[in-house]
Design a protein around this ligand. Sequence first.
Ligand SMILES: Cc1cc2nc3c(=O)[nH]c(=O)nc-3n(C[C@H](O)[C@H](O)[C@H](O)COP(=O)(O)O)c2cc1C
Length: 260
Amino acid sequence: MHLDLVVLPDLVVWPVRTGRRRLSFQTLPAESTFHPATLPSRRPLLRRYATPYRLYGAAMELTDVLRRRRMYRSFTDEAVDDHVLDSILRSAVRAPSAGFTQGVDLLVLTTPEARARFWSLASEESWRAGEHAPGLLAAPVVVVPIADPDAYAARYGEPDKAGSGLAGRSPDKWPVPYWTVDASFVVMQLLLAVTDGALGALFFRLHGDSGALLEGLGAPRHRSVVGAVAIGHPACGGPGASAATRPRRPVAEVVHREHW
Ligand SMILES: Cc1cc2nc3c(=O)[nH]c(=O)nc-3n(C[C@H](O)[C@H](O)[C@H](O)COP(=O)(O)O)c2cc1C
């Protein structure tokens, strides 16, 4: 049996039999959990072959997303579709968070003015004048994850977290800074969603004073920034920087089973 798939934004797409006029589709919010088996089709074969596809990229297997993810350091100036960006951001905010504090905000910069302000605060002039800068500066989206250590301190002062031993500790005394862990999870989820959306991204560290950066971007000065993510359409593929010169460690070397 031959099936065509029709792709529409924010629609889960039903298979259509070639040669027939009938088309069925159903709108679902982007964050819906969807499985073909839930299709209310009376035809088991249609249920079996139906796959949810979204505009700008066929749904990829998670394993493919994990394997395809790479850091890209050069982008075209083609804009990222708003719909795709929204979907990526919705995925990112579903990252786990300690105590479900959800203490990480995302500052999303898309206008040339906002991005120029960001780069002037987060990078050095000598780098901006260098040969590698234009490719990265072209990225049409920059996302800055901004974590709030005080939100974690407050959350772990609540009664249900009394057993954590973290109540009353100032953020600099935490054995593991959960806000950094959570911001890292958000970044990872963002990178995977970018890959799934057939775009490229680079996570990079920021140069300069983070307080000045936050203030310059209108964010509270005392918050914590782990880095930023540039997103766009990759101008060139393949591994860059360190990944081009260092081999990936073999799984057998990295994984220690039962004891070291
Ligand atoms: C904490 C962290 C900081 C990074 N900072 C930079 C950076 O400042 N500039 C850069 O080009 N890449 C940066 N990277 C990307 C790494 O170089 C890259 O992830 C690594 O070489 C592996 O390549 P891959 O991600 O393409 O597999 C950073 C990655 C991490 C996790």
